[in-house]
Design a binder for this molecule. Structure first.
Ligand code: GLN
Length: 285
């Protein structure tokens, strides 16, 4: 069978199942199961599938995908900041949007900084930061034991020898942070969906990401208030707080930061042009 015919077949079936952006999923499935990339097809439009191609494995994956199981759960992994993270239903799937937060943190750290990641989930933020920064130390907290086990696995896989620089604690936001520890930087992608909006989410998110990682309370701002109000006790004066936000939350989050001794508060957009990150500096006055 020609690889291009298989590609057409996958795409038609995904489109018929109403999968958004079926072309991207088709390309990923082709690469994963038929070991054929888009450039292979450009190079040779008549390329035949290899004998080793297993139709059964592809069919199992297709069956799940048409039921709207996220591709990342089917493959068991996703790429974040260039690293391969294991994903599972225990934590939010790392999103490209969150890379904006990680990039912001990378722009302003100092060697030797201590960084706190609240609601670490898969650990994608703190693990990529420590992998890419020099000499930094991290503390990551999450209320979910299962999420922390996943994050610990990711830390061992990705950080190698640097993994001793990162400690994980189970608990609700700051309550899990060891007494008296202070940080130069706090990062978080907290749950921020308004409770009433939860039922309108796409099936991949609503049925497969943990609600605990999404639900930000009635106005979606519950975690921002708690994180920002508690930051003064954990951040060194002059330290950075960097938060991922929903597209319409920049105004509210900025206001809460300004009311809690944060200065130079600014918003950063994602590549889709939506407000995605708010950051500020804790005033030393
Ligand atoms: N920090 C994790 C992420 O960005 C999990 C966030 C969450 O659970 N809200 O993917």
């Amino acid at each position: 069978m020609k690889a291009s015919d298989l590609k057409k077949d996958i795409k038609v079936r995904l489109e018929a199942a109403g999968i958004p952006d079926a072309e991207t999923d088709t390309r990923i499935l082709m690469k994963e199961y038929a070991h054929v990339s888009v450039s292979d097809l450009y190079a040779d439009p008549d390329l035949e599938l290899a004998d080793s191609f297993s139709r059964d494995d592809l069919e199992k994956a297709m069956e799940l995908r048409v039921k709207r199981v996220p591709l990342q759960h089917i493959l068991g992994r996703t790429c974040f900041m260039g690293f391969d993270f294991t994903v599972s239903p225990a934590a939010l799937i790392p999103r490209p949007d969150t890379e904006i937060l990680a990039e912001e943190a990378l722009m302003d750290y100092h060697d030797g900084s201590r960084i706190l990641d609240l609601c670490t989930g898969s650990g994608c933020i703190i693990i990529s930061l420590l992998a890419l920064m020099n000499d930094c130390y991290g503390v990551a907290t999450d209320i979910s034991k299962d999420a922390l086990s996943l994050a610990e696995k990711n830390a061992s896989d990705i950080l190698g020898e640097k993994k001793d620089r990162l400690r994980f604690f189970e608990g609700d936001l700051y309550s899990a942070v060891p007494e008296g520890e202070k940080f130069e930087m706090i990062v978080s992608n907290p749950p921020y969906i308004r409770t009433a909006d939860m039922k309108g989410l796409m099936p991949e998110v609503k049925d497969h990401d943990p609600a605990l990682a999404l639900d930000g309370g009635e106005d979606g701002l519950v975690f921002y208030r708690r994180i920002i109000e508690g930051a003064g006790d954990h951040l060194c004066p002059g330290g950075d707080l960097i938060l991922e936000i929903g597209y319409d939350q920049a105004g509210d989050v900025t206001e809460i930061m300004k009311a809690n001794k944060f200065i130079e508060v600014r918003t950063i957009k994602d590549f889709g042009g939506c407000d995605r990150v708010v950051r500020g500096i804790l005033s030393s006055l």
